[in-house]
Structures are given as C-alpha cells and as structure tokens.
Write a protein that binds this ligand. Sequence first.
Ligand code: URA
Ligand code: CA
Length: 433
Amino acid sequence: MRMVDIIEKKRNGEALTTEEIRFFVNGYTDGSIPDYQVSSLMMAIYFQDMNDRERADLTMAMVESGDQIDLSGIEGIKVDKHSTGGVGDTTTLSLAAMVAAVGVPVAKMSGRGLGHTGGTIDKLESIEGFHVEISNEQFIKQVNDIKTAVIGQSGNLTPADKKLYALRDVTGTVASIPLIASSIMSKKIAAGADAIVLDVKTGDGAFMKSLEDAQNLAHAMVQIGNSVGRKTMAIISDMSQPLGFAIGNALEVKEAIDTLKGEGPQDLMELCYTLGSQMVVLGGKASTLEEARKLLEEVVANGAALEVFKKFVVAQGGDASVVDNPDLLPQAKYTCEVPAKSSGYVEKIEADDVGVAAMLLGAGRATKESTIDLAVGLVLHKKVGDQVQEGESLVTIHANSEDVTEVMNKLYEHIVISKEKVEAPLLIKAVIK
Ligand code: URA
Ligand code: CA
C-alpha cells in the first residue's frame, strides 16, 4: 500500500477502506509515514469528509494504536461523561457523586489540560491531601466499594490521536467534524466505558460556537459510539455565559459541594440532573428519565450523594472536613467587588472573555508549563436575564495580587447590561440519540 495513493483517493472524494485507514494511522504512529503526507491527507479529509463507516474505522484505528483500559473488574455498566469544554464547568465533580449514589459506577480518568481554569484533577487537588496517583487495582477496588474514583491519565492511551491532533493544530485541519469526533471518541473508548454521555457545548465560550456545528459534532460522535458497540448519546447545552457562579479551582469545588447539598446554582443543578438522568438510564438503574431524575433528587435531598463525595475524598487521601467547612479550601488574599455601573438587566456575560479574566488572575494555564493558583477566580452574582441595580456587585474577584485593574476592565467590557428586559438563555438546547 502506498500513502500517496490513499491521499489521491481521498482528494478525489472516494471513501477509504478499513485497511487503508489502519495503514496510515499505524504508519503515522510508528513514524514510517512522514508529517507532510499525513498533513496532506488531513486536508483532503477536511474538504472531502468521511462517511460513517470511515469515521468509525478511524476512531478504532486510533483506539488500537495504544493501550486500552480494562474496566471489566468493575461490576455493573460503566457510564462515562464527556464535556467538550466550557467556562466554569464544575459538572463532573457533583455529577460523579450523584450518579454513584444511585448505584451506577463512575470510573473516571481525568486530565489537567489547558484552559481558563484547571481540569477536574487540578480542582480536586485544591482539597488538602487529595491525589489521583492510585494504582489500577486501587482504582477498580474503589469503584466497586464506593462506586466512584478518579485516576490520572496513565499509560499510552491513543498515541495516534496525540500525534494527529498536534499535526492538525499547525496545519489548519482542526475544524473538521470527522476528525474532531474520532479524536474525542477514541479517547473515551480507550478509557474503557461501556456507555458514554456527551455534553456538547455551544455558544461564545464553547469550541463549537454555533448550534448547527454543535449538532453536527454531536451526531457524529453518537454515530461513532453506537456503531462500535458503546451506547452513546449527547445533549447540547448552552455555553454563551459561564456555567454556575464560580470560575476558579477551589471556588468550583465549593460550588460542587453546594450542588451536592441541593444548594448549587440553578443551571448547574439542572445540568447535573439532565446528564445524570441519562447516565442512570444507560447504567440500567432506571427505565425512564423521569424515574432516574427522581432517584437523583432523592440522593441529593437525603444527603447520600454528599456522603459518597466524602468517602471518595477520603479514599483518595483528601481531607473531607472541607465538605462541612469549605473555608478550609485555599483562600485568596484579596477579594474585590465589581459594582454595576447602571441599572437594568444582564444581557451578556461573554463566557470566553470572562474565562480569560479568570486566567489572568492565575486560575488557568496559558501553556502546559504554567502553574495555576488554586485559590483565585471569579464568583458571579448575576446571570443573563437577571435584574441589576446600579452599584450592586456583579462579580467578586478572588485574587492573590492587589492590583486587579486589568481583570476588572475585562469584566466591565464583557458583561453587558441592557435597559430592556432580557430572557435567560435556554440551558438544554437539544438531546441527540
Ligand atoms: N478536542 C479533541 O480532543 N480533539 C479534537 O480534535 C478537537 C477537540
Ligand atoms: Ca461554575
């Protein structure tokens, strides 16, 4: 087989065979096919697309390029959740404990990642002593015992995706539905889940800005998952404004604890119940979404979800007293209010730029090498559609440096107040099966 024939075939709009797809994925991973040929093929795929069968083949070729996690030692149907990423997305922390409390095992592999705030692991590490460096045996045992555990990314998972993603990043070929969908799904499938619930974000703070693009990506991922034997569904949720109130690592842990107590921000609670209901049904613990939601509301109301979270923190070395006393989490030295300059209704809280404001404080990583400050961040007091009086605080800035002028200016620039009444955006925009 010759790579140049594969490139020409795709360039001409033909479908590649399973063998041809395996050939280029394996050849690129082992270094026998050079960057320039693969980047040419990526561009051909960008313009010519792939059919459903090719997308599934590409995904599985990437899955098989490295290790696959064996979760067969865990009893029950393992359901994983994946978000395409947004600002202040604290969902995983609360959702895992809620779903686990209903009896669905949540075996999570998580990363640190780049972004406005840290990843799930960074957030959890703001709890004194908490760590994710646990053995595979401990991971499996903990999920069987308390139904949830988080482990750091280990082993050689989807090396083909790592190389391809890095190449796409510098060759103008990231924004391709078949390439994004196969990239995300290969990582989820290699991580071993039986069923996958996807939270595809749309809006200013999302990777997919338009609803149409988000829907196309969601359909593509659902099709891939189902065709390779993993039950997969997606919801499309709003990311035009940050999720919940908190943006920042320790601040989001506190928000997650509030949510587990049933006292979280309305949008975050609703998203947890929506995603959680789908997970509970896929996990076989309820036959309808209504029944699943009732079970989740019950474990929040009776404290069982919070209890699972405490056990989970203790099992991974953390100090669970933060659950009853969140003031024990890292605290920033300074807080500063951002008073509204006029009265009216909040029209926009532009997620992307507000996220950048949190990053300027040190809550996120600009590069892989940056260190993050777990204590800093933002707490919103208003969401889109809320009424506001002049002088009322829109946001509290939690900072470890005294001068927050730049952050304050950024917030004023990207939180827009209108004289006219504004509708709150719809949180759940679509469900895709
Ligand atoms: N996220 C991924 O993991 N892969 C892509 O291709 C794009 C976003
Ligand atoms: Ca949040």
